[in-house]
Design a protein around this ligand. Structure first.
Ligand SMILES: C[S@@+](CC[C@H](N)C(=O)[O-])C[C@H]1O[C@@H](n2cnc3c(N)ncnc32)[C@H](O)[C@@H]1O
Length: 246
């Protein structure tokens, strides 16, 4: 069975610690564009942090619902450059207990939100190297530990994973035809759809390499970093140089 992590014997385990009981992959995706284990890790990141939450990229707003549900009474700021929320999610977020504290912003995530600080960032917007780098540069400064808790940044699509293995298992003929067609193409297509975005991982690696963060936890493609320091000087220049040299 893929992705099964041996159970931890901790007596304080909660439902969200038991994802190893399930088969978790892209088939779990619905209004939230995450596997069950990824969403459980995001839930845990909310629970061990405090203060405001910033989401970059909400799409149908399934992840906004999850953040709002996990973070009762906390302010949730969600940025997307288009308003594309599913009606069920929108209705959930418009309930009296949510509507004054959940802020659905339609703007470019590369712009910082002035005068706000956050205990948790969830970055799931533009997955290109430059896109993630811009999001980190815009919001890392406003990520601060609150109430003695960890300051965490969760990145979706950051790690290689088995999310799409089930789908590709039955597509040997498709792979074969892609391989044949690639012989005649100027720009080759991947035989197997990518399961993560290398640009996201490169920015995360750079945060760790330059001492601004350390790994907290991961599940499938979701990587959660703990902030250690603000962005070092010349972070973006060094990150770009390293990205281009590899
Ligand atoms: C993968 S989806 C988010 C999925 C959602 N977090 C979930 O888990 O269900 C990415 C979203 O990022 C948004 N996005 C991409 N680039 C952006 C940018 N520069 N500023 C704001 N939103 C952006 C897209 O419109 C899209 O809705």
């Amino acid at each position: 069975m893929a992705n099964v992590i041996p159970p931890d014997a901790s007596p304080t385990e909660k439902f969200e610690d038991l994802t190893w009981l399930f088969t978790c992959d892209s088939r779990n995706r619905g209004l939230i564009r995450q596997g069950f284990d990824e969403a459980a890790l995001l839930w845990k990141a909310v629970k061990v942090s405090s203060g405001n939450i910033l989401e970059v990229g909400r799409n149908f707003a399934g992840s906004t619902v999850l953040l709002a549900a996990a973070a009762a009474n906390r302010e949730v700021y969600s940025i997307d450059n288009r308003s594309h929320e599913d009606t069920a999610c929108k209705n959930y977020l418009a309930r009296p207990e949510n509507k004054h504290r959940v802020h659905l912003l339609v703007t470019d995530s590369r712009e910082p939100l002035p005068n706000l600080s956050f205990g948790l960032l969830f970055i799931d917007g533009d997955h290109s190297f430059e896109g993630v780098l811009a999001d980190v540069l815009a919001h890392w400064m406003s990520l601060q530990p609150h109430g003695g808790n960890l300051a965490l940044a969760a990145f979706h699509d950051a790690l290689p994973n088995d999310n799409f293995k089930w789908r590709d298992a039955d597509r040997r003929m498709n792979h074969f035809w892609t391989r044949v067609k690639n012989k005649f193409r100027k720009r080759q297509k991947p035989e197997v759809a990518p399961d993560y975005a290398p640009g996201v991982l490169r920015v995360c690696d750079e945060l760790v390499r330059q001492g601004a963060a350390k790994k907290w936890r991961s599940a499938s493609s979701m990587l959660v970093l703990q902030k250690l320091t603000d962005i070092p000087q010349h972070f973006d220049r060094t990150a770009r140089e390293n990205f281009q040299s590899q």
